[in-house]
Design a protein around this ligand. Sequence first.
Ligand SMILES: C[S@@+](CC[C@H](N)C(=O)[O-])C[C@H]1O[C@@H](n2cnc3c(N)ncnc32)[C@H](O)[C@@H]1O
Length: 262
Amino acid sequence: MSKLWEQMLLVPSVVRLTSRAPKDPSAAWDGYWRGIRTTGRSGDVLWDSGSQTELEQYTDAVLGHFNPALPVIDVGCGNGTNTRWLAGLFPRAIGIDVSVGAIALARREAAGLHNVEFLAMDATETGAGEHLLESVGPANVFVRGVFHVLKPDQQANLATNLRTVVGNTGRVFLAETNFPGSSLAYLQELGATRRSMPRQLQRALENLPRPGHFGTQERHNTFPDSDWHLIADGPAHIEVTPMNANGQSQHVPGYFALLAGA
Ligand SMILES: C[S@@+](CC[C@H](N)C(=O)[O-])C[C@H]1O[C@@H](n2cnc3c(N)ncnc32)[C@H](O)[C@@H]1O
């Protein structure tokens, strides 16, 4: 059977699952996080692979360009896996997320770490940048897997807020999935077949807005040259939780960018 035909056969189950997802993105994310029971490589969260190999791709860029005198804000931190990693590299890490449920989970998972804080807030809201600047001061920003889940107007709002937060001394590092094919091809790549749907994928389809992709063009549209200076960008491997029968690591093609205020 051709790959394309197999993709078409996914349509009925995708339609059935996605029809239940709440329309309001913030409510959708909170509902998703409140239903999560297990995290990490064998857990419920599709993107929470906890992969050191993936993070090693980013280590030189953040250590080489983030001013260690500034705190690091992990925007859209989810259960805080990357916030905890950042707290191992920098004196102070702050995770923020629109979902109160995610923040509660992140706090539990970071219990005992002295240099990690979490805050529930919508990072796309007007004034969120000023609010963060007032409470934290100028900061470096790490973002993994958030821009590709936002609509273009929200992406622009988030970038405006980040511009306020980084000031003249902070930097933004982002890593996003940038799958080149259709949504159905993406699901197939992650292990969906007409007979079975990995539980991590099923949970995401049932609860979340449909993701897009974020690469050079989207970054350029979102971070205009008038406000931003691109230091580096390129391909990245985003690792998801293993969903195949043999438990091997699974990667999604991704994109990273490192930016400073212009
Ligand atoms: C795909 S997950 C990535 C989570 C985490 N960065 C990681 O890599 O494990 C996207 C995260 O962005 C959060 N999010 C979505 N919209 C947001 C917004 N407007 N403001 C802050 N966080 C948001 C979601 O709740 C979710 O935790």
